[in-house]
Design a protein around this ligand. Structure first.
Ligand code: GRF
Length: 201
């Protein structure tokens, strides 16, 4: 299976996915990494692993739709089977979602539906919850609203900062995302309405 990873930043989840591919825990390959940020370290990670790294500048397009059409074209040209959002900081347009429905995943640093959108770890701290975590979900038109694939909780401690909590969440993300991707590749995920079921066997 051909994976495309979309990332806007540091790319530690991308790295976890690349490492899982290298260890044989993901039976697919990262065919391309696409970023809307030229200096995203995720692109550098891709280059270091001889993975195609594409920077696509939103300002080169007349609007959001045209920008997303260009990304959709890149994905189709490369015969991508699964689109993996890993710290991609833009909402996808329907033009991508419709072409890849049920084939786009995102990871979010909270237990959805709590704290969607930006800064999930900060929102959790500000609210004062004692437990947070991360969520891998399929992507639909909403903001962090698609069917949940996997979730895992982490504790929130009294002396946590945004950084320490995000770091704890990140460590879980790096384990959870490759697992979700492999479940997809093995055909073990099915979506019915809001629910994503795991079929074993
Ligand atoms: C992760 O915390 C993820 O949940 C969120 O963005 C962050 C990306 O981190 N969507 P990285 O770029 O993979 O290190």
């Amino acid at each position: 299976m051909n994976l495309a990873v979309l990332a806007s930043g540091y790319g530690s989840n991308l790295q976890a996915i690349i490492d899982a591919v290298d260890r044989g825990e993901i039976s697919g390959r990262v065919k391309t990494v696409i970023s809307d940020v030229e200096e995203a370290y995720a692109l550098e990670r891709a280059r270091r692993h001889n993975i195609e790294a594409i920077y696509i500048n939103p300002k080169d397009f007349p609007g959001r739709k045209a920008f997303n059409e260009a990304i959709a074209a890149l994905l189709e040209e490369r015969e991508i089977d699964l689109v993996v959002l890993a710290g991609y900081m833009r909402l996808l347009s329907p033009v991508i979602i419709n072409k890849f429905r049920g084939k786009i995943m995102n990871i979010h640093p909270s237990l959805l539906p709590a704290f969607p959108g930006l800064e999930g770890a900060k929102q959790a701290l500000d609210y004062g919850v004692k437990v947070s975590g991360c969520t891998v979900h399929f992507v639909d038109e909403g903001l962090d609203t698609g069917p949940v694939i996997l979730q895992e909780a982490v504790p929130v401690y009294d002396d946590d900062t945004v950084e320490s909590l995000h770091e704890r969440i990140h460590r879980v993300e790096h384990r959870l995302y490759p697992r979700a991707i492999q479940l997809f590749i093995e055909g073990k995920l099915s979506i019915e309405g809001r629910r994503c079921y795991r079929n074993e066997g």
